[in-house]
Ligand binder design. Sequence first.
Ligand SMILES: Cc1cc2nc3c(=O)[nH]c(=O)nc-3n(C[C@H](O)[C@H](O)[C@H](O)COP(=O)(O)OP(=O)(O)OC[C@H]3O[C@@H](n4cnc5c(N)ncnc54)[C@H](O)[C@@H]3O)c2cc1C
Length: 284
Amino acid sequence: MLLNPFNYHSPKTLKEACNLLDTLKNARILSGGTFLVNNLKSLKRRGLKTPDDIISLQKIPEIKGIQIKSDKIMIGAMTTLNNIAQDKNVEKHYPILRIVSENIASTQIRNMATIGGNVACRYAWTEFASCLIALEATLHFAEKKKLKEISAESFFKNNAKPEGLLTSISIPIKKDIIAIYKRVSKTPGVDLPMLTVCIKVSLKKNTLLDVRVVINDGASFSKRDVSIEKALEGSNLDENIEGKFLSNLNPETYKLDNEYKKELLRIHSKYAIQKLLVQINDNA
Ligand SMILES: Cc1cc2nc3c(=O)[nH]c(=O)nc-3n(C[C@H](O)[C@H](O)[C@H](O)COP(=O)(O)OP(=O)(O)OC[C@H]3O[C@@H](n4cnc5c(N)ncnc54)[C@H](O)[C@@H]3O)c2cc1C
């Protein structure tokens, strides 16, 4: 047997799922299973303890799908990556979410994998983190009959430990936002990212405002590069934006263990800022 035996629970409401999570001592949540099932196999192979109970979220409709609610785009944790890639509201307000989704794995995986699982799996390199931080997203959790909200930025700063069950992700809809995402992997096919750069700005009268630059070095959770943000904030498009960006990038502040990776970050940061400037030009 590849897996150790466990009790399988398939609640039909969020309330039921939260009750199970509160009462069962050694339970794990199952969303699409693309990560968890491999993880359970690996734990068994290594002789480590595996969960006694699995709580599947598949039959809970209230945490699936994408809606617009009071100037926010709300994405249910059980929304699959392909649903995100194909959603009209995502395309209208934040096409960067489609780009991130489409980069991940294969169609088959994207049909099963959920955004909740991507955010909650606690692997530092997973890709939604950067753009959720850049877009100032809030994560909504349900735990012990309480609802909690935490900014994506704080969540990933604190090692991405889910506080109960992640129910949804909300992103404020703002005008004049331009966001780009640059990903580097060893091969062009299905491959995990080595590093990623996400830049979001709000463009007002040719001035860059609310700048967020989020970098993932592949070894630690995505984080904002405040030095670059400060340097770009309030800059006019007539200024040397690319120069400002690159002169404030310090690869030493990232977990890049050799010169090759540091150079990779410099080169791809250059591509990323150029991509942003092209997009600004295209939108003008
Ligand atoms: C071949 C392959 C290639 C991949 N390539 C990439 C890639 O390039 N980039 C990338 O970012 N990712 C990649 N992934 C990872 C993929 O994005 C994740 O496997 C997927 O998003 C996890 O979602 P899931 O619904 O399958 O989660 P599951 O496997 O069901 O769960 C993952 C973890 O999160 C927990 N969890 C799930 N949902 C919740 C919730 N709502 N609340 C609290 N905890 C929860 C589970 O308990 C488990 O620990 C790849 C995966 C595979 C198999």
